[in-house]
Write a protein that binds this ligand. Structure first.
Ligand code: PRP
Length: 185
């Protein structure tokens, strides 16, 4: 079992580079079919999704445009999510465009729901979400992403764009905190 150390913690290989690349090849065909004959705008959510977006886009065959956004959030006791979110950096005009938001992970669903509502409110023709990882057991708001790489249990994961205190984004595979002695099947 391949093990790495980031800050004070040990992580164990969970989803290999090959498994990620093979799944991206498959799920991108679903995306190609869904958007056949349409113009697509990918909206990539920084920072975590930068790596999966770079690999995903090379499988897409509709010459998509790409835009990058960030979500800033700060604590608030007033909202049920405990956070007020703001979408930053969207330069593209999304009105009447088909938009696919690209995320690395959907956990509670608060961020993905917020982003989909924001982009819908700007009169996009359609808004869908791709997420490399999805934790169905943690979902508190919204629905499952339209396109999912891997459904995973509610454990802390790192690698392939995802960080632990800003470390580990460069890893080619995805690692988890707990050693289950079993890789993704
Ligand atoms: C992650 C991920 C999503 C969000 C998902 O971002 O990229 O945007 O968390 O969580 P949720 O479903 O519970 O809302 P993060 O805040 O870790 O920022 P980063 O991508 O810049 O590391």
């Amino acid at each position: 079992m391949q093990q790495i150390h980031l800050h004070d913690k040990s992580f164990y290989l969970y989803i290999t580079e090959n498994q990620i690349q093979s799944r991206l090849a498959t799920v991108s065909q679903e995306i190609n079919q869904h958007y056949e004959g349409k113009e697509l705008l990918l909206v990539v959510v920084l920072k975590g999704a930068f790596m999966v977006a770079a690999d995903l886009i090379r499988h897409l065959n509709m010459n998509p445009e790409v835009s990058f956004i960030r979500v800033s959030s700060y604590q608030s006791d007033l909202k049920s999510s405990g956070k007020v979110r703001e979408m930053l950096g969207l330069k593209a005009d999304v009105a009447d465009r088909h938009v696919l938001i690209v995320e690395d992970i959907v956990d509670t669903g608060f961020t993905s729901t917020f982003l989909m509502d924001e982009i819908r409110s700007k009169s996009a023709a359609s808004v869908n979400m791709f997420s490399l990882l999805f934790k169905p057991k943690n979902l508190k708001k919204g629905v499952a992403p339209d396109f999912v790489g891997f459904e995973i249990p509610p454990e802390f994961v790192v690698g392939y764009g995802l960080d632990y205190a800003e470390k580990g984004r460069e890893l080619r595979g995805i690692y988890r905190l707990k050693d289950e002695e079993k890789e993704f099947e």
